[in-house]
Design a protein around this ligand. Structure first.
Ligand SMILES: NC(=O)c1ccc[n+]([C@@H]2O[C@H](COP(=O)([O-])OP(=O)(O)OC[C@H]3O[C@@H](n4cnc5c(N)ncnc54)[C@H](O)[C@@H]3O)[C@@H](O)[C@H]2O)c1
Length: 442
C-alpha cells in the first residue's frame, strides 16, 4: 500500500484523509494550524459535518491517520488547501504555492501529486508544475501530476465523497491512471479521465452554470413585478417543460464556491467571459435590490426596527462565508436610523450581534427573511403579530405561507412579485400552530 500525505485538513482534506485511512492507506494529514493537528490526533474535529467525527475517530483509532503540522514524506501528495478570491476578484493561489513549495524537498521518483483545490484553468500546468519542477524530477515521467476537483455538497460530504462521479485530469495519461487507482479504492461513482485543464474547467463550469441560472431567476424576479406577475409562478410553469430547469431567485448568491469560482474564468478571459461576468454582477446586486425593497416597505416609519431572519449563505447550514446577508447588513449599517435585530438558529459566532427569536421580533417594523432555514416555516405569525410594532414581512425565498401571514394581519411581500400580482401559484402550505407559542408545530 502506498503512503499518502493529505495537505490541508479542512472540509475537503479531512474527510478525504480519513476515508483513505479507513480504506487501509497509511495517511499523514498535514495542516499549518497546530490546534487543528492536535484536535484530529485526539480523534476530534474542528468543523461541523454530519458523520465526520465517527469517520475521523475510526481513522485515528486504526492507527492509519496521524496529523502533523509539517509536511511528511509519502508516495502520493493530495493538496486540499483554500483557493479564495481577493477583494478585486482575482484568484488567490498563495496557499497552493506555499503547499507545493513545502513538498518539493520531499519529492522522489515515482511520486504522484494530486491537486484537489478548485483552481482557475491552467493552474496545474502553469502554476503548480513549475514549482514541482524545482524538485529536478521530470514531470509526467518521474513525477506524476493530476488534478481531481472535489464536488461534494456540505452537509453530505461523506456520502458524496464515496458516491459522486469523479473527473480526474492527468498531466499525462499515466498520471491520470495512477490517480484513478487511489480514488477507485473508495469511490463508488464512475471515474472519468481527462487532461488537467479540462478537469479544472469542469469543476468551474458546474458552479458557473448554477450561478448563471440563478442570475436568470434573479433577473426574472426584477422583471415580473413590472409586469404585475409572479416570478415564482413563471418559473414553476416553465419548469414543467421537460427541458427547462430554472433555479430560484433570492437575496444574492453566497458561499465559497458558486460566488467565487466564476471569477476564475472572468479574471483569465475578461473580454470573452461576458455572460459569466454579467451573471456575477446580477447576483452580487441582489442584496442591494433586497435592501431597496426593505426601504420601500418601511419608508413611512420613523426610526424603524428590522428583524433579519437568517444570515447563512444557504439554508440549514452554519456557514456565513460570502453570504448575501452580510452585504444587506453592511447597507443597513450605513443607515443609523434603522435598528436591526438578527436571528439565525444555526449560527453561533457572527460578526454582528445575534438576538433570540422573541427579542428579534419585539417592536419590529419589518421582518426580512433572507434564508429559507426549515425552522422558519414554523414560526407562528399570529404570535409574531402580537409583539411587532408594524406587521410587515418580506419573504425573499418563498419560504413562508402567504395565507398564514396575511391571515395574521401581515403585509406580506414576496421577492419577485409586486403587491398587485395575481397570485394563483401554490405556495408553502399553511402550518398548524400552538396558539400560545412563537415557534411551534403540531
Ligand atoms: N468545502 C467545500 O464544500 C468544497 C467543495 C468543493 C471544493 N472545495 C475546494 O476545496 C479546497 C479546500 O477547501 P476547504 O473547504 O476544505 O478549505 P478549508 O478552509 O476548510 O480547509 C483548508 C485547510 O488548509 C489548511 N492550510 C492552509 N495552508 C496550508 C498549507 N500550506 N499546508 C497545509 N495546510 C494548509 C488550513 O489551515 C485549513 O485547515 C478549496 O479549493 C475549495 O474551493 C471545497
Amino acid at each position: 500500500m502506498k503512503e499518502i500525505s493529505v495537505l490541508g485538513l479542512g472540509y475537503i482534506g479531512l474527510p478525504t484523509a480519513s476515508i483513505l485511512a479507513t480504506n487501509g492507506f497509511v495517511v499523514h494529514g498535514v495542516d499549518v494550524s497546530q490546534p487543528v493537528v492536535d484536535i484530529i490526533n485526539k480523534g476530534g474535529i474542528h468543523i461541523e459535518e454530519p458523520g465526520l467525527k465517527t469517520l475521523v475517530q475510526a481513522a485515528v483509532n486504526s492507527g492509519n491517520l496521524k496529523a502533523y503540522s509539517q509536511p511528511q514524506m509519502a508516495d502520493v501528495y493530495i493538496l486540499a488547501v483554500p483557493t479564495p478570491i481577493t477583494e478585486d476578484k482575482k484568484a488567490d493561489l498563495s496557499y497552493v504555492g506555499a503547499v507545493a513549495r513545502a513538498i518539493v524537498p520531499l519529492l522522489k521518483k515515482g511520486d504522484l501529486v494530486i491537486l484537489e483545490s478548485t483552481s482557475p484553468p491552467g493552474t496545474t500546468q502553469d502554476f503548480l508544475c513549475p514549482i514541482l519542477a524545482e524538485s529536478g524530477l521530470t514531470l509526467g515521467v518521474d513525477l506524476l501530476v493530476a488534478h481531481c476537483p472535489e464536488r461534494v455538497l456540505p452537509g453530505k460530504i461523506i456520502k458524496e465523497l464515496i458516491q459522486n462521479i469523479r473527473i480526474i485530469g492527468g498531466l499525462t495519461p499515466q498520471s491520470a491512471e495512477q490517480a484513478r487507482e487511489i480514488y477507485a479504492t473508495f469511490v463508488e461513482g464512475d471515474i472519468h479521465l481527462t487532461d488537467v485543464t479540462t478537469a479544472e474547467m469542469v469543476k468551474i463550469m458546474e458552479n458557473t452554470f448554477r450561478d448563471v441560472n440563478i442570475a436568470l431567476a434573479n433577473e426574472l424576479a426584477q422583471i415580473a413585478p413590472q409586469l404585475s406577475i409572479n416570478a415564482w409562478e413563471v418559473i414553476r410553469f416553465a419548469n414543467l417543460h421537460p427541458r427547462v430547469n430554472i433555479h430560484t431567485p433570492g437575496p444574492g448568491v453566497g458561499g465559497h464556491c458558486i460566488s467565487v469560482d466564476p471569477w476564475f474564468v472572468v479574471e483569465k478571459f475578461p473580454e470573452t467571459a461576458q455572460l459569466i461576468a454579467q451573471a456575477r454582477h446580477i447576483n452580487d446586486a441582489m442584496p442591494e435590490y433586497t435592501y431597496q425593497l426593505l426601504l420601500d416597505t418601511i419608508k413611512d416609519i420613523p426610526n424603524p426596527k428590522v428583524t433579519l431572519l437568517g444570515v447563512t449563505y444557504k439554508p440549514d447550514v452554519d456557514d456565513v462565508r460570502e453570504a448575501p446577508s452580510l452585504k444587506i447588513l453592511e447597507l443597513l449599517q450605513r443607515n443609523p436610523s434603522i435598528e436591526v435585530a438578527i436571528y439565525d438558529p444555526h449560527v453561533k459566532h457572527f460578526e454582528y450581534e445575534l438576538s433570540g427569536l422573541e427579542a428579534a421580533f419585539k417592536n419590529s417594523d419589518c421582518v426580512l427573511l433572507a434564508v429559507d432555514h426549515a425552522e422558519f416555516r414554523f414560526i407562528n405569525p399570529r404570535q409574531v403579530a402580537s409583539v411587532v410594532r408594524h406587521p410587515n414581512v418580506i419573504d425573499t425565498r418563498n419560504a413562508l405561507s402567504r395565507k398564514d401571514w396575511q391571515e395574521a394581519g401581515f403585509n406580506y411581500r414576496l421577492l419577485g412579485e409586486d403587491a398587485t400580482s395575481q397570485v394563483r401559484m401554490a405556495q408553502p402550505e399553511s402550518v398548524t400552530f400552538f396558539e400560545d407559542r412563537l415557534f411551534s408545530t403540531v
